[in-house]
Design a binder for this molecule. Structure first.
Ligand SMILES: Nc1ncnc2c1ncn2[C@@H]1O[C@H](COP(=O)(O)OP(=O)(O)OP(=O)(O)O)[C@@H](O)[C@H]1O
Ligand SMILES: [Mg+2]
Length: 302
């Protein structure tokens, strides 16, 4: 089997995005009209895989969905984008995970997720790839249990975006960071995972495990630490339409750039461009750029 450039392992689900919701929706069987509703591909791993395929990277996703219409939607959307879904399994009984994102006043939002078959995902046979990226560590205990060995024995380079820990414990398996080449948290996740209070301290704490940390900082760009040096990238902030999936689109851009042979500084810049551009459309995937668009924004001189 020819190796893929990128194998993404993790979560995949539809996102139902409602904009213009009241801060507290009235109950009592009241029907409330909102400004807009969008059905989009969600799940951090699925958004990363979609973004990488859009950037021209040969990409496979290993994930689990149910035997239901939500699962069909996920698989159809990924296939249309050119992502290989041979390693996506369908749970015989449990439904596909489903997220409802309520966009309330002042850009704030509530995110409700029914995890469905997510926690049961147990990746076994994975296709060969040059790089393996794992997403949403804390939502998938079976994947989490397998990950240290998977990363330790991989001939591929490896990366991890834990995303949020709903349990609030933020505990990674012993040896996981040591077996991982890049860890890609946002700022709040970086502080929680390291028990620190600043990005600089978090970068230092991660680097002690030998991993290269890349911390995503929203409109402030991103910061990384490698071989004792701090690297940063920042573009002019954009007024976001919707920030869902910005971090995942950053991951796709950062990894695509590394796979295309770029160094750390240029990979950070391409990641920032992909994160920024993804905020210009509703949902995680609608505004993901091509490689040419990402390079034009991230690597243009001046
Ligand atoms: N308003 C913005 N303007 C410019 N760039 C942005 C903006 N918001 C996000 N980005 C870019 O996208 C990257 C990822 O965003 P963020 O730090 O919000 O990640 P995240 O919290 O992991 O997102 P997610 O909600 O997808 O998990 C940032 O590092 C930055 O490069
Ligand atoms: Mg994230």
């Amino acid at each position: 089997m020819t190796a893929f450039d990128l194998l993404v392992v993790g979560d995949a689900n539809p996102d139902v995005l409602l904009a213009g919701a009241p801060a507290v929706p009235p109950y009592g069987q009241a029907e409330t009209l909102v400004a807009s509703g969008t059905l989009a591909l969600g799940g951090s791993a699925a958004i990363v895989a979609h973004g990488a395929a859009r950037l021209g990277i040969s990409t496979a996703l290993a994930a689990q969905v149910g035997r239901d219409a939500a699962g069909d939607f996920v698989l159809d959307t990924l296939t249309s984008a050119g992502v290989d879904i041979t390693a996506v399994t369908r749970h015989p009984d449990l439904p596909t995970a489903l997220t409802v994102c309520l966009g309330g006043p002042d850009g704030d939002r509530a995110i409700l997720t029914a995890p469905g078959c997510l926690a049961a995902f147990d990746p076994r046979e994975l296709p060969p790839a040059r790089h393996i990226h794992a997403a949403s560590y804390f939502l998938q205990p079976n994947l989490a249990a397998r990950l240290p060995e998977l990363f330790r024995t991989a001939t591929a380079t490896t990366s991890l975006d834990t995303n949020h820990d709903p349990s609030g414990r933020w505990q990674l398996a012993p040896g996981l960071l040591e077996a991982c080449d890049y860890v890609l948290p946002n700022e709040a996740e970086a502080l929680a995972l390291t028990g620190t209070t600043s990005v600089d301290e978090a970068l230092k704490a991660f680097a002690e495990s030998g991993v290269t940390p890349v911390v995503k900082r929203g409109r402030h760009g991103a910061a990384a630490q490698h071989a004792g040096q701090t690297h940063t990238a920042r573009l002019a902030p954009l007024e976001p339409v919707d920030t869902v999936g910005a971090g995942d689109s950053f991951d796709a851009g950062f990894l695509a750039a590394l796979l295309n042979g770029e160094g750390l500084d240029r990979a950070l810049a391409v990641g920032c461009a992909c994160g920024a551009l993804s905020t210009q459309g509703l949902g995680g995937t609608a505004a993901q750029p091509t490689w040419e668009q990402a390079v034009a924004l991230g690597l243009s001189p001046g």
